[in-house]
Design a binder for this molecule. Structure first.
Ligand SMILES: [Zn+2]
Length: 186
């Protein structure tokens, strides 16, 4: 595998000392053992950037909870097309693990297409509910959906938390004011 990763630039003495050969080796191991291992394919190349979550000495004291956190933005090349990985990992004991709230999910072409199908299915269900229909089960896990449909708000979410689809609207005109769509990595 051809690996071209830009590390930093780092401004702190802590990171300059930490990000050496051992750190780089752990990144390469993470790419093979955690990312490429999620696919059935061989990976021909990896490129991207790794930067520190915090890049100032004052955040890197001995009791810092964030000085070992790094933001990864990688693209891996497969015969089926590029796969992307954007996440925050913690470097500890020579290994890398996802920081709470982040995942190690690799977005391959197949997975992106599957996610687009799921998103389209969710939108279709929400449109049906807005038209007065009954909600179908969650298209991802088949659990029942929870619906709130009141003049000022429309909210549909999976009872097992696969996604939340929500918008607020003007109770008089029904115009959409603002909304959000949130879905966890699988
Ligand atoms: Zn679900």
């Amino acid at each position: 595998m051809d690996i071209h990763i830009e590390f930093g630039p780092f401004k702190t003495r802590y990171h300059m000392g930490l990000v050496g050969a051992r750190f780089r080796a752990s990144v390469e191991r993470f790419i093979s053992d955690v990312l490429v291992a999620q696919t059935d394919e061989g990976c021909s190349a990896a490129q991207g950037k790794v930067v520190a979550e915090v890049n100032e000495d004052r955040f890197c004291g001995p009791r810092s909870l964030v000085r070992d956190n790094f933001d990864f933005d990688l693209t891996l090349s497969f015969a089926s097309g590029p796969a992307t990985f954007k996440s925050r990992l913690r470097y500890r004991d020579g290994g890398l693990t996802a920081v709470r709230g982040f995942s190690t999910y690799l977005w391959t072409q197949d997975r992106v297409a599957e996610r687009e199908r799921q998103t389209a299915a969710i939108e279709a269900i929400c449109d049906e509910v807005l038209d007065g229909g009954k909600p179908k089960p969650c298209p991802i896990c088949q659990a029942p959906l929870e619906v709130v449909n009141v003049p000022a708000m429309f909210n549909v979410q999976c009872s097992k938390e696969c996604f939340v689809y929500n918008f607020h609207r003007d109770p008089e005109s029904g115009d959409c004011l603002h909304g959000h769509f949130f879905m966890n990595d699988p």
